[in-house]
Design a protein around this ligand. Structure first.
Ligand code: RTP
Ligand code: MG
Length: 135
């Protein structure tokens, strides 16, 4: 079933000059780009995006990180796109993510892990509305 999902290329991806490489992987997989924008977010947008994590101990440094510079927000579409993007991204911790995944090949960190992908149809709907309200 065709789905849309929200993807973030986090500030480390932009800082490290990996936007092209990461986008290429999504495009090569066959996912269609629906929306894409370079944006620097404030703490309020970070808190809305990570609403489920705001009270966690790991959240303050995560908030500092995601607001630390421009990121690329995009919506991609394709068959089972939510699960497909999560599989391309790999496990959260780049040190543990499998080789062949974006994080497994390009990240050595649990925080600076390059990408975000919505984790369920409900999350995708909420996050797409938050980042791209016109969609
Ligand atoms: P994301 O939301 O960024 O796509 O990552 P994810 O689904 O793989 O991981 P999630 O559980 O949603 O966590 C969101 C971000 O919080 C940081 N994190 N740190 N125990 C920890 O120190 C911890 N757990 C999560 C990660 O940066 C993760 O991307
Ligand atoms: Mg998540």
């Amino acid at each position: 079933m065709s789905q849309r999902t929200l993807v973030l290329l986090k500030p480390d991806t932009v800082r490290r000059g990996l936007v092209g490489q990461v986008l290429s992987r999504l495009e090569a997989k066959g996912l269609a780009l629906v929306a894409m924008e370079l944006r620097t977010i404030d703490a309020a947008q970070a808190d809305r995006h990570y609403a489920e994590h705001v009270e966690r101990d790991f959240y303050p440094p995560l908030r500092d990180f995601v607001t630390s510079g421009p990121l690329v927000a995009l919506v991609v579409e394709g068959d089972e796109a939510i699960e497909v993007v999560r599989a391309l991204n790999g496990a959260t911790d780049g040190r543990k993510a499998a080789p062949g995944t974006i994080r497994g090949d390009l990240s050595l960190s649990n925080r600076e892990n390059l990408v975000h992908g919505s984790d369920s149809p409900e999350s995708a709907e909420r996050e797409i509305g938050l980042w791209f309200p016109h969609l």
